[in-house]
Design a protein around this ligand. Structure first.
Ligand SMILES: NC(=O)c1ccc[n+]([C@@H]2O[C@H](COP(=O)([O-])OP(=O)(O)OC[C@H]3O[C@@H](n4cnc5c(N)ncnc54)[C@H](OP(=O)(O)O)[C@@H]3O)[C@@H](O)[C@H]2O)c1
Length: 274
């Protein structure tokens, strides 16, 4: 292990674009030593003297994750926080999406975050720190034709809630961030089921996609998510869950809790054109 410096060290996964990139840059600007990781991060050059270093990491690969953690520890001797942000989205009906595709989205969004948590846990336990897991409103509210993505985020919510109890005695705070729609690379990187586009759900799927595209077109850029992550990492006692979304979307989890299920479903179906 390298000498332990006084600067706090954070690993941000999925940092090459979108929310992760904004988090990495914001945290580096505010004095953190940041390691920004992603599959393509290996080709981004670190500016000399900057607080932000880039690391190649594929969160679906045990060796790649462990190598990145070892590199950080060799260079700094500490990890104070991880932001598990790497992920992608998938659309299609539960019936149509092939099992291989269903597994792929879990391998990144859920097992990827789990893999990074496990690899970083000893360093985090040694000094206390933060695990921020990037969930989604889709980790709290089910969306039609987004079942596999929602399932990965619901799973991440469950895992994080359990992990929070386990790591609290070591001073490690486990926190979930639940963003609504923000304009990032997620729209371009999303996988869409061609089976659903051509099969029995084609018409409903098309109406749903049109409604969602209208939402996405109005989505703001993701600075509020990065600002929230910074706030959490400076909070000595952060909550388990934080929603960050435009006002209308922010209401969704509350409406789901408060309205009778039938009423909620009817409103949501209408909103989504179903
Ligand atoms: N934008 C939204 O509206 C929104 C809403 C709710 C939640 N979220 C969540 O926010 C997180 C970030 O998404 P984003 O919106 O910023 O999307 P994005 O711009 O597409 O960023 C995704 C990041 O994940 C990385 N990534 C993907 N697969 C990876 C893998 N196997 N290993 C390592 N890195 C991987 C990508 O880089 P490489 O391709 O270089 O690896 C990229 O840096 C995701 O977990 C997403 O579910 C986003």
């Amino acid at each position: 292990m390298g000498d332990i410096s006084h600067q706090r060290v954070v690993l941000v996964t999925g940092a090459s674009t979108g929310i992760g990139r904004l988090c990495a840059e914001r945290l580096a600007a505010s004095g953190w030593r940041v390691f920004g990781a992603a599959r393509s991060a290996g080709v981004i050059e670190s500016a000399p003297g900057s607080n932000l270093d880039w690391l190649p990491m594929d969160v679906t690969d045990d060796v790649s994750v462990q190598t990145a953690i070892d590199t950080i520890l060799a260079q700094t001797g500490r990890i104070d926080a991880i932001v598990n942000n790497a992920g992608f989205s998938m659309r299609g009906s539960v019936e149509d999406v092939p099992m291989e595709e269903a597994r792929a989205v879990f391998e990144t969004n859920f097992f990827g975050a789990l893999r990074v948590c496990r690899a970083a846990a000893p360093a985090l336990r040694a000094r206390g720190g933060y695990i921020v897991n990037m969930s989604s409103l889709a980790g709290v509210v089910g969306l039609p034709f987004t079942g596999h993505y929602c399932a990965t985020k619901f799973a991440l919510e469950g895992l994080s809630e359990c992990l929070r109890y386990e790591m609290r005695p070591y001073g490690v705070h486990v926190v979930l961030v639940e963003p609504g729609d923000y304009r990032t690379g997620i729209q371009a990187n999303r996988r869409t089921s061609s089976e659903t586009q051509q099969g029995v759900y084609a018409q409903a799927f098309d109406r749903f996609l049109q409604k969602r595209q209208a939402f996405a077109a109005r989505a703001p850029t993701a600075e509020p998510v990065a600002a929230l992550v910074e706030k959490i990492l400076n909070d000595p006692a952060p909550r388990l869950r934080y929603v960050v979304a435009m006002p209308g979307q922010k209401l969704l989890p509350r409406l789901r809790r408060l309205l009778p299920q039938g009423v909620y479903e009817a409103c949501f179906r209408r909103l989504l054109g179903l």
